[in-house]
Design a protein around this ligand. Sequence first.
Ligand SMILES: *Cc1c(COP(=O)(O)O)cnc(C)c1O
Length: 361
Amino acid sequence: MEQLTNFLHKIQSRSQNFIGYPSATDYNYKELYPFLDYCLNNVGDPYVESNDMHAKAFEREVVEFFSELFNAPPDNHWGYVTNGGSEGNLYGLYLARELYPNGMVYYAESTHYSVQKNIHLLNMESIVIRSQPNGEMDYNDLEATLQMNRHRPVIILANIGTTMTEAKDAVSTIKACLNKYAIKSSYIHSDAALAGVYLSLLDYNDFDFAHGADSIAISGHKFLGSPITCGVVLVKKSYKDRIGKSIPYIGTLDTTITGSRSGINALILWYAIKKLGKEGLLKRAKDCIENANYLRDQLNKLNIKAWSNPHSFTVVFPKPSSEICKKWQLATDAEIAHVICMPGITKEKLDEFIIDIQQYL
Ligand SMILES: *Cc1c(COP(=O)(O)O)cnc(C)c1O
């Protein structure tokens, strides 16, 4: 059909200049295509069997892989494959609210837009904490704010790679603030949508369960790479056990946000993990950081004030001309723009971009 052919050509062409948003593109899931002939529905709880047309065994392997990577308590973890990082954030905040209905949510200015929306959906109260210039939470402001509200349970939304500058909040520093004011009732959710997987592989894991997180959300279509948007949420099982109702109609527990869930997404993430392994994923991460450092240094040589946070795929620089932003699909915010050097973006591609930006200086 002509309409589809035209659409495909457009997508093929625009995918060549897609460096402003964090989707890996170096994947090949052809081996999974036969499963697209079936409707695999991982409805409800991945750890409770439903009928046979699902891929829950694969989903459980995915959850176990990330539980280990994020140092979740071996006998007190649970999780599922979500539709993306936003749903994982919603789930973490939902559990926090069930645990502490009177809790106050704290998050930094630079937090992803999904968090505000989720807080609104859950009808929770929240306070915005100032961000440092690099995008990281301002811990002095957190401390001052906590001091004023120490009678309420504390729910912290920690950013592990902010949207614009890929800043990472230090969960151990946040924990130290909570201890300083002897706050007993607290919950920490790590929004690790973009950076969680590679930071853990690189051993920068001051956001995982061992460092004080109660739940972690990641996106599947970002670093891991997936043609269908998806993610994983991991929580402490004891919290999840407070919410699941048994639903006779589906023969399983209704412990997830959505009812029907994609079995294909579970297969995709499982395949990515099996195919690349920890070593393959780590190599990809190192290559991306090297590319990001290369881009930053090349831009600096052109006197463009580019910078990046530590261990980051994201290079931030002053917003270039609108032609450049449009051609390369750059995300912008006020006066800044960024390129995210995801798996699949080559040095040659970055060189093309550098030549372009030079022409418009
Ligand atoms: C991408 C992202 C999200 C949302 O994830 P989706 O998969 O798009 O729903 C949330 N937080 C951060 C920091 C992100 O980078």
